[in-house]
Design a protein around this ligand. Structure first.
Ligand code: PLP
Length: 370
């Protein structure tokens, strides 16, 4: 029917990180050769250079590169003094690791409902979730759409709470001229391969403007050890490796162009689906469209029909967090629960969606009618 993203099978995948890395293959090969030749495999010159380059990209402050986005969250929470017995408020609609990291820091995640339009933490619900044991808030910029940081920071200030932005989906997105990740006390980024800035394996980073916090995070990523091999507290195996850092240095200069492509594709989807009655994500000029998720009734039927037509979609996420047995929550959060049954992520990675937005939208509309 139309040119296939995958010449072998004719199937358009929801995402294809290897294809993105392949575009930069010769530069990546050179970077990996540099690492092998250096003999340094962990926490060497590539890590130090990537930390400086990513901090400069964010406009200053310090970056501590780590093993994953989840590690970044756990280490940031611990470095901010979050302890067992503390409660941390998170939006109910996000990836499991947002709350898993709170568990691993020994604290209790408390779930708050989200806004039906932005799908991000609802500041009123946040206010209602705060109790005597609350110590921190982890807002998530879901799908690369900025959370309402001014309102969230106002709540945090009123109650004296730490704010750790979950920027796993927010690389390069901004709000009011400020990069996401620079609003809170700290931010956690993931470089999981499908993220807007994605490595060839697991990696992550903490951003903070607080030097003492960064220093503690540097110890916590390496078992709590200081430069003299002395541990004042225990940490984790949270190091980034030199190969991922070297690959991220190749990719970082291309992040803004890739985000611009995602915005263009999002605009094409919005135009093609306008007036269809489908709930679309807000058109937000400085979002990075990590995902473009429509909300529909009979989502699973539509998804199956699209797959039959060769277009694979994603579900981010199939359950609200409080609905996972792991969190043993009795909460009822209707907006997040309903979105979890209705959201469908269309292909938006530029190498996959390319010039196919109108055609993918047409298949979606057809699948909705049949
Ligand atoms: C990907 C992701 C994480 C976890 O990142 P990892 O690198 O897989 O540990 C955390 N939060 C959100 C919102 C994510 O999308």
């Amino acid at each position: 029917m139309f040119p296939a993203a995958d010449g072998m099978t004719g199937v358009i995948p929801q995402a294809d990180p290897a294809r993105r890395l392949g575009r930069f293959r010769s530069e990546i090969d050179q970077a990996l050769k540099r690492v092998f030749d250096s003999g340094r495999l962990l926490l060497g010159p590539e890590t130090a250079a990537f930390e400086q380059e990513f901090a400069a990209y964010l406009g200053g402050g310090e970056v501590v590169a780590v093993a994953s986005g989840a590690s970044a969250l756990t280490i940031a929470l611990t470095a901010l003094g979050i302890e067992p017995g503390d409660e941390v408020v998170v939006p109910a609609l996000t990836a499991v690791p947002t709350a898993g990291a709170i568990h691993r820091a020994g604290a209790l995640p408390v779930f708050a409902d989200v806004d039906p339009l932005t799908r991000n933490l609802d500041p009123a619900a946040l206010g209602a979730a705060i109790g005597p044991h609350t110590r921190a808030i982890v807002p998530v910029h879901l799908h690369g759409m900025p959370a309402d940081m001014p309102a969230i920071l106002a709540v945090a200030r009123r109650h004296g709470l730490a704010v750790i932005e979950d920027c796993a989906q927010a690389h390069g997105a901004s709000l009011g001229g400020r990069m996401l990740g620079t609003f809170g006390h700290a931010a956690a980024f993931s470089f999981y391969p499908t993220k807007n800035l994605g490595a060839a394996g697991d990696a992550g980073a903490i951003f903070t403007a607080d030097g003492a916090l960064a220093a503690r995070a540097r110890r916590l990523r390496a078992h709590g050890l200081d430069d003299h091999g002395v541990a004042a507290e225990t940490g984790e195996t949270g190091r980034i490796d030199e190969m991922q850092a070297a690959i991220l240095r190749v990719l970082l200069p291309h992040l803004d162009a890739a985000n611009a492509d995602r915005r263009r594709i999002a605009g094409e989807y919005s135009a093609a689906l306008a007036g269809s009655g489908i709930d679309l994500p807000p058109e937000f000029p400085t979002a990075n469209y990590h995902q473009f998720a429509v909300a529909l009734d009979r989502r699973d039927d539509v998804r199956a029909r699209m797959a039959q037509a060769g277009i694979l979609t994603g579900i981010h996420y199939p359950r609200a967090l409080h609905q996972h047995p792991a969190f043993k929550s009795a909460a009822s959060l209707p907006v997040a629960e309903r979105l979890a049954t209705r959201l469908l992520s269309l292909p938006i990675q530029p190498e996959v969606a390319e010039t196919r937005a109108a055609q993918i939208a047409a298949v979606l509309l057809q699948s909705l009618r049949s």
